[in-house]
Design a protein around this ligand. Sequence first.
Ligand SMILES: Cc1cc2nc3c(=O)[nH]c(=O)nc-3n(C[C@H](O)[C@H](O)[C@H](O)COP(=O)(O)OP(=O)(O)OC[C@H]3O[C@@H](n4cnc5c(N)ncnc54)[C@H](O)[C@@H]3O)c2cc1C
Length: 576
Amino acid sequence: MLEHGVLIVGSGLAGMRAALEVSEDPDLDVALLTKVHPLRSHSGAAQGGIAASLNNSNDEDSWELHMYDTVKGADFLADQNAAEILAREAPENIFELEHWGCAFSRLENGLIAQRRFGGHTQPRAVYAADRTGHALLTVLFEQLFRRGVKVYSEWYALDLVLRDNVCQGVVVYDILTGQIDAIAAKAVLFATGGYGRAFQTTTNAAASTGDGIVMAYRAGIPLEDMEFVQFHPTGLQGSGILLSEAARGEGAHILNAEGRRFMEDYAPERMELAPRDIVARAEQTEIDEGRGVTDKKDSVFMDFSPIGEERIRYALPSVLHLARDFAGIDPLQAPVPIQPTAHYSMGGIPCDVDGMVRLKDQNDTPIVGFYAAGECSCVSVHGANRLGTNSLLEAVVFGRRAGRAIRTAVRDLAPTRIEEGDLQRAVAEVDRLLKGDGPERAGAIRQELREVMMIDCGVFRTRPQLENCLSTLKNLQERYQRIAIDDKGWQFNTDLVEAIELGHMLEYAEVIITGALAREESRGGHFRKDFPTRDDQRWHKHTLAYRTDDGPRLAYADVNMQPQYRDPFPLEERKY
Ligand SMILES: Cc1cc2nc3c(=O)[nH]c(=O)nc-3n(C[C@H](O)[C@H](O)[C@H](O)COP(=O)(O)OP(=O)(O)OC[C@H]3O[C@@H](n4cnc5c(N)ncnc54)[C@H](O)[C@@H]3O)c2cc1C
């Protein structure tokens, strides 16, 4: 058995930022474990920017405005104590990243440049062209390397071990050798990213399969607000690959088959720069009502001509390449067909503003030594809908806070132990998958899951659709019990890894659907055609889903309306 003082699972922005913070104390033994090479974490694909009210492009911004935009963007489901921290601590986090060497784009006067983004009333997106995530991730990786933090690259966490609400460590699988082992740690932080891969059209990397979320769920921790999935309005038609919102921030228009900027019918003030849930629904409505473009009529156009060639080449080089390489269309010559694509997971593991995982029961019981940060967590700063550029910010701000909290807490924590039984449970499950000789294959089940989730649990939802989705899912779960894996070896068995991930997807998809069925209202990313308005009386509350043998059991928790430094923003109608 391996042992570390602190184990961080996931090496995206949140995990690396937390690891760096823990490593400030040279006496602490911190290790980072990741199923893909750290620089291949999905954070590296982030394009558009990271928010902070620096006031470099004008002088009208403030953290209060940033907080207000976040809370309104979240359709008032965000916890206001957390949204306040996000907005207040943003500038200092940006300066810290800059001092470590992050090459942000600049204004003529040398200050960090800032551009507009959907739902933000001020230009507050700090960016490195349209490769912001890559710039941030490499800078953090350099810092970790400098401090000699131990990295387990291409190791897969299989199981979280808790005993009496105290975290003991994690059971892991070395993908290269096939060895299953345990890592005991006094503190474990999950920064395992989102769960967008359960949908057919998605911007998410192949690794975004909600592993950490399901490990926590199976260990008895409820999952929060899982029905809230963000559909981004500007995925490339067909593949769903993201064309950054920065394109609209820079001035691109969205047009229907009549060549009209249809956003004037849906959000006349903010137009293309309304929040994503609103633009995605507008687009889907145009498509559903027959005003889509291309032969399939399943998309609308993004028109780059208002931006101008020089600016496109300077500020949107990746967008240019992605459209050329993956759609065969040159945005400098022609409009690009786009469609809604599953993008961001608002739900996740419930935790407090210092990353400590909490059961959110009557006593708000903490899980001692277990933390979460980044997209897998639900703090909740994004509520029912995240604003663009707030997620990289969340990963950095709350990764740092969790790292700090761990650094202090771990001194008082007792050594932990993983028992043979804990290890054997994971070994038995892997063994079952490897020995299975049934007629089913993971690939086919995954495909059916992703299709039904996209169609019946997508941008628009209704009760009959969700019921159909749930019964299809139950059938897929049953079929999963009869799968066979063609590769029977132990070394670098990606077939096996994908089968394990499919097990996770089948588990959390059920939580998404169950939460969506119960929530009879429309709020942020969750839109019920049969309940098209927001219902604060009944539904201004977080969903909590507990695992039982008969599927998820739902409970609800209050939204935090107690920021520390100002009055809460009262609920209001969300108009743009
Ligand atoms: C294409 C795209 C563009 C985006 N652009 C922006 C943007 O411009 N601005 C913005 O604010 N947000 C953006 N987002 C969202 C943002 O990038 C993510 O929410 C954020 O980077 C998530 O960071 P993370 O550290 O939580 O997780 P990730 O970066 O997803 O990292 C997850 C880590 O967990 C590891 N992991 C997962 N499961 C296991 C396991 N079982 N065992 C071991 N390791 C595991 C992975 O290996 C990986 O290292 C974008 C997202 C996408 C998909």
